[in-house]
Design a protein around this ligand. Sequence first.
Ligand SMILES: C[S@@+](CC[C@H](N)C(=O)[O-])C[C@H]1O[C@@H](n2cnc3c(N)ncnc32)[C@H](O)[C@@H]1O
Length: 319
Amino acid sequence: MTHENAGLSSMDDSEKRAHPPRSPSADIKRRRDGTLRRPSQRDVGKVGEARKRRANDLEGREWTRNSISVWSDLKRDSEESTLKHPAIYPKAMVSRLLDCFTTSEDQTVLDPFSGSGSTLLAAWLRGKAGVGFEINPEYVNLTRTRQESLQVEKSIPGGEIKLFGQDARALPEKLKPGSVDICITSPPYWDILTQRRTADSKSIRHYGEMDEDLGRIKDYDEFLAALTEVFTGVLRALRPGGYCLVNVMDLRKGPHFYPLHSDLAKEMQAGGWTWDDLIIWDRRLEYNHMRPLGYPAVFRINKAHEYILVMQRREETNG
Ligand SMILES: C[S@@+](CC[C@H](N)C(=O)[O-])C[C@H]1O[C@@H](n2cnc3c(N)ncnc32)[C@H](O)[C@@H]1O
């Protein structure tokens, strides 16, 4: 079975009725001069109720490439590799997620844990509006500095960045219901950055000493509850049908394994989200100092991948 077929066969009956399976390339029309034309949102609307809204603006080959469940080619660019933040993801990852889960009409991109601003900057570079929350003023400043230097390098099409230097749990007070088109984020990975690193022996680097930092909560269940509170605010701020892509990894503390990706997804489901799918972010391009963990007493897994949870606010959710 091909990847595309696997995806289609996993649709339930109601989904099949709402979105009949079709090849993306079937939408591409040939002009009289022989060149290809993608349908506009208006064209798609004409086809009928069931096909009113396109998922994205991708054409067939790129659609198929991005739909493969393991993403192995993402890495930081030269602008990103010098930055001082312990957990940055590349703008290229955000850009690909925007390619897959938005059209040019979707304009507002949210990151409740903005860090160095990767999501907001990637959105802004594409002329979209970025809205973010970040408690550490150092990272708020870093985002502004990055924005200025990127502005000098390139001519930017005209989006804007709105960054609240405060706790993401204040999100419902700041954003109107349904005002956001997509959320792309990476929350703190519990308090793991405050722990000694056994896999690579690198020195400890965490997000600072702020009381509101969710990465300082010691109790795992309390930490999950705090994250879930933030994502409940996100659900309300997102437009119906919109996606929330959450980058997380599983954790180990000594003998205990914590499957953070599935624990968080289940909490989010209980709060009204639909867990739509999962992408594996294979980081072997960057992780090249692996050691024989646990040798010789216990065989431990060297984690070289993270996850991107594909969560959706389905149309019927009254979040
Ligand atoms: C994994 S990092 C995000 C990194 C980001 N994706 C990037 O590429 O730079 C998580 C961020 O959440 C911030 N943070 C922790 N608790 C927070 C809270 N309650 N509200 C807002 N931001 C918070 C931390 O300061 C940290 O910068």
